[in-house]
Design a protein around this ligand. Structure first.
Ligand SMILES: Cc1cc2nc3c(=O)[nH]c(=O)nc-3n(C[C@H](O)[C@H](O)[C@H](O)COP(=O)(O)O)c2cc1C
Length: 167
């Protein structure tokens, strides 16, 4: 076997951290009215027909099993003004929705005020993927806000998109 740095988690994170992602809060409302949510950078569009999205929850997440149990969720693409929402939803425990205003999607999941875009989903396939799951969402409805720019995560820090001048 050739020795590589692929099994070094620190190096893996540093190298993969060179790839910029958006930041999404995945939210759900439980039957007793409780609200669950957590942050993912691993969100991606998958298929147009049928409309599918995907993201990758860590197996250690305590929020993902609650959302999975509900079977419906909303992916909120956070804006560059919502770093505080990101930090709150990325923390373990506590009230993730404290001080955060939202309305309910058609399927009852929280759409966070000020999000750049929201994608309301029914849970599709879930596959094991190493120490994560690969989760597919069947898109039920979606929408976006006018004039908001997304929060960007790159090289371990937060920023915003800045377009290059056109030539
Ligand atoms: C920018 C950013 C991106 C993240 N991306 C993911 C992700 O794709 N999958 C994941 O499981 N956790 C991700 N996390 C970590 C979770 O949001 C968070 O640690 C965890 O879900 C909170 O704990 P809980 O699920 O037990 O509530 C990310 C955190 C940050 C700050």
């Amino acid at each position: 076997m050739i020795a590589t740095k692929a099994s070094d988690p620190c190096w893996f994170r540093n190298v993969l951290g060179q790839y910029p992602t958006g930041v999404c809060a995945v939210t759900a409302t439980e039957p007793d009215g409780g609200r669950a949510g957590f942050v993912v950078g691993s969100f991606t569009s998958v298929s147009l027909d049928p409309p599918l999205i995907a993201f990758f929850p860590d197996k250690s997440s305590t929020s993902w099993p609650r959302i999975q149990q509900v079977g419906r969720f909303c992916v909120n693409v956070l804006s560059a003004e919502q770093e505080f929402v990101c930090r709150q939803f990325a923390a373990k425990g506590g009230d993730k929705f404290a001080g955060i205003t939202f309305r309910e999607s058609g399927s009852g999941s929280p759409i966070i005020d000020g999000a750049v875009a929201w994608i309301d989903c029914e849970l599709g396939d879930v596959h094991e993927a190493g120490d994560h799951y690969a989760v597919f969402g069947k898109v039920l409805d979606l929408g976006m806000a006018d004039g908001e720019t997304p929060l960007v995560f790159l090289q371990g820090g937060y920023g915003r998109f800045s377009a290059l001048p056109t030539v």
